[in-house]
Write a protein that binds this ligand. Structure first.
Ligand code: ASP
Ligand code: MG
Length: 414
């Protein structure tokens, strides 16, 4: 007998019919003799609607009350899921995060899990129950309801799997696994059988928003092996785990695209200590800066460029105007219409020539690279948004990702 934690996201429990389908799946899993703990999200759209309601009654609602409100989304689905299972002849009990023993710090709307005491879950499992736990929520040390940040049900599932010592943790969602690229723009994309935590983290932060990054970080820290799979079919999904030596043989695990980026350049910034700090503290309020590149200085000045989401452009223009004068820079320019194309793979650590190969593939197609950044397992370039899909397809094919067995390093440097 195994203990399985299954998580169902908002789309999977988005309608009463879908909740019934999920209930049947859960019963089927239990029928094989396993113990089942289920974590559910709010029905899709519900959390956003609750946030919208709050805005209509208050400009700055307190975060404590936001948590009180947002936690109701998941409380609805746990009750409905338990009812559905019971109506189908099963035996299920729903628990809020607090009832499940999930204790967090007191940072409302983005609380961190401090500890989990799943005594009550164990007791219910021993009694033959299926336990349905509300995702995304917990209780602070002093008894307030807290939430774990958007997408936090993933974290609930991973943390519960760790605390319960589960044999298997399945993240059941509306995609059937992690792909080598987004199949909507790269038709030859394939489902990846196994991916390392680090690759998954890079891909999540790169826009393949399959899972909440904090949940993957938590899994990595506690060694929780999990599977991302579809809640609509029974196909095996993608296993996410610590890297193995076999994984390194594949140079690139995936290609990802971040659209609607913007490039901002501050021209002729005086090359003095403290200036970069002034620029970025000046725009830090609410703006998420991604790549930052500073040029080698010439004549005592340098150019500093960064990228951000193009929605931030109006804010950037408002904040940067006065700053440019203050620090004595020449000017700044801001431009949308660009996108970030990245390749990710732990194989890069042990294989050379990956960057050169990527640049060659883009160069041959006449796709201009405007900025480049790298990390140990990722290379990202900024290109015109208009050509990013073409670039993604070329790179995907060039590294053999559409093939059954992706090409190994030797072939990329040939
Ligand atoms: N319902 C929450 C959200 O929409 C948590 C989750 O779905 O994981 O962010
Ligand atoms: Mg969600």
């Amino acid at each position: 007998m195994s203990l399985i934690v299954q998580k169902y996201g908002g789309t999977s429990v988005g309608t009463p019919e879908r909740i019934l389908k999920v209930a049947r799946r859960i019963l089927k899993a239990q029928a094989t003799g396993d113990e089942i703990v289920v974590v559910v999200s709010a029905m899709s759209g519900v959390t956003d609607n609750l946030i919208g309601l709050a805005r209509q009654v208050a400009d700055h609602p307190s975060e404590r009350e936001m948590d009180m409100l947002l936690a109701t989304g998941e409380q609805t689905t746990i009750a409905l899921t338990a009812m559905a299972i019971n109506a189908l002849g099963g035996k299920a009990v729903s628990l809020t995060g607090a009832q499940a023993g999930i204790v967090t710090d007191g940072v409302h709307t983005k609380a961190k899990i401090a500890n989990i005491t799943p005594k009550r879950i164990h007791r219910l499992l021993d009694g033959g129950h299926i336990v349905i736990v509300a995702g995304f929520q917990g209780e602070s040390f002093d008894g307030h309801i807290t939430t774990l940040g958007r997408g936090g049900s993933d974290l609930t599932a991973i943390a519960l799997a760790a605390a319960l010592g589960a044999d298997l943790c399945q993240i059941c969602t509306d995609v059937d696994g992690v792909y080598t690229a987004d199949p909507r723009s790269v038709p030859s994309a394939r489902k990846i059988a196994e991916v390392s935590y680090d690759e998954m983290l890079e891909m999540a932060s790169l826009g393949s928003k399959v899972m909440q990054s904090r949940a993957v970080e938590f899994a990595k820290k506690f060694g929780v092996i999990f599977e991302v799979r579809s809640s609509f079919n029974d196909e095996p999904g993608t296993i996410v785990k610590e890297e193995t030596s076999g994984m390194e043989k594949v140079v690139i695990r995936g290609v990802s695209v971040d659209r609607r980026q913007a490039k901002v350049t501050v021209n002729r910034v005086p090359d003095r200590p403290g200036v970069a700090s002034r620029i970025f503290t000046g725009i830090a309020a609410g703006i998420n800066v991604d790549m930052i590149v500073q040029n080698v200085s010439a004549d005592g000045t340098t150019d500093i460029s960064f990228t951000t989401h193009s929605d931030e452009l109006p804010k950037i223009k408002r904040l940067l105007g006065p700053l440019v004068g203050e620090i004595g820079a020449h000017s700044f320019s801001a431009q949308g219409g660009i996108a970030k194309l990245s390749v990710v793979g732990i194989g890069m650590r042990s294989h050379s020539g990956v960057a050169a190969k990527m640049f060659e593939l883009l160069g041959e197609a006449g796709i201009n690279i405007q900025m480049i950044t790298t990390s140990e397992i990722k290379i990202s370039v900024i290109v015109d948004e208009e050509r990013v899909d073409e670039g993604a397809n070329l790179v995907h094919a060039g590294f053999g990702l559409g093939e059954e067995t992706p090409r190994f390093a030797k072939s990329i440097v040939s």
